[in-house]
Design a protein around this ligand. Structure first.
Ligand code: SF4
Length: 329
């Protein structure tokens, strides 16, 4: 029996960090054994917010591909490709834009949120409003059965399902309705306690050396109420402890939590325990990354071959779509 097909993507906005690893890649890697996976570096999506200065996007595509391979995505198991190498995404986006009412896009929660968060950019553009529609085209051009997403992205999959119903209603059954495959997206704080993000300058990258990771973890923000070593702390409000939750085994984690609550350990001791587990978790990824980074031609080859495979599937879908919409083949 054919494996169910999934699609997911990442924007090439820079090197990947712990948030990408635990929120996406750690879910994507095992899915390769149970699903037919299409993983896309969505460079057109990067343009929806970075259109004024696209100079870094091409270099970032290679960075992301390198991080993906280092984290365990396997081109023998999955189709790893670049969105703009498969022009059919754009054609389907255009056709979907003919049938989708604008208010459907205006009510997507992230539309207003991002406009608020990225005030320094003019996001009153047509491309930005339409990015969830482009996402829908990304998914359905492969007739994906499911989309692995965290809870915050679930509304986008729901929108895709509505779009599919509307399209199929006009032109006949072409697309399956993709399901939401909810994946764990643990909270990953940056070194300053805010959400980990390149734009906040608080990220620990997969490409960071062990020394860099130590330099970033040591001054990390902790429970703000624990001002002195003798003050008891509260792990539940401490960003360091959020990382313990992911990287530190239960026994050591509990020891840190108790030590924190009783002022039995200092924050530097606690961070030392975190590093004992975080560094070995990142070392094999960094080693693999280094090996791939030394062979950029191999990375280019992987994404060229992935894009070629993706085009075969997308072309077949678009042949069917054009015929249903009564367009020339
Ligand atoms: S001891 Fe650990 S958990 Fe407690 S405040 Fe310090 S770093 Fe955070």
């Amino acid at each position: 029996m054919a494996k169910p097909r999934i699609l997911s993507g990442m924007r090439p906005t820079g090197p990947l960090h712990l948030g990408h690893l635990t929120g996406a890649l750690d879910n994507w890697v095992p899915l390769q054994d149970t699903h037919e996976c299409f993983y896309s570096i969505v460079d057109w999506h990067a343009l929806t917010t970075d259109y004024a200065d696209p100079s870094a996007i091409r270099a970032n595509i290679l960075e992301v591909a390198c991080d993906w391979l280092a984290a365990g995505l396997d081109p023998k198991k999955s189709t790893l490709f670049v969105q703009s190498d498969v022009k059919q995404h754009a054609e389907l986006h255009l056709l979907l834009s003919m049938v989708i009412p604008v208010p459907w896009l205006e009510r997507v929660p992230s539309f207003k949120e991002q406009q608020q968060n990225l005030k320094e950019k003019d996001l009153s553009t047509y491309g930005f409003l339409g990015y969830p529609l482009l996402q829908s085209a990304d998914i359905i051009v492969y007739k994906a059965n499911a989309v692995p997403v965290g809870e915050d992205q679930a509304p986008h999959v729901e929108l895709t399902r509505e779009i599919v119903r509307r399209f199929n209603n006009f032109y006949g059954p072409v697309f399956p309705e993709p399901k939401t495959l909810l994946t764990a997206t643990p909270r990953i704080p940056g070194t300053d306690g805010r959400k980990m993000s390149k734009s906040y300058g608080n990220a620990i990258y997969l490409s960071d050396s062990a020394e860099d990771v130590v330099k970033k973890v040591k001054p990390m923000t902790t429970d703000p109420a624990r001002k002195r070593r003798s003050d008891p702390g509260n792990p539940e409000v401490c960003p360091v402890f959020d990382l313990h939750e992911i990287f530190t085994p239960a026994a050591d984690r509990e020891r840190c939590a108790t030590g924190c609550r009783t002022a039995g350990i200092g924050c530097l001791d606690c961070k030392g325990v975190l590093l004992e587990h975080l560094l070995p978790a990142l070392a094999p990824i960094r080693d693999r990354r280094q090996a791939f980074a030394e062979k950029p031609d191999r990375i280019v080859e992987v994404i060229h071959e992935g894009s070629r495979r993706a085009r075969v599937v997308a072309r077949e879908t678009m042949d069917e779509v054009r015929s249903k919409v009564r367009l020339a083949p």
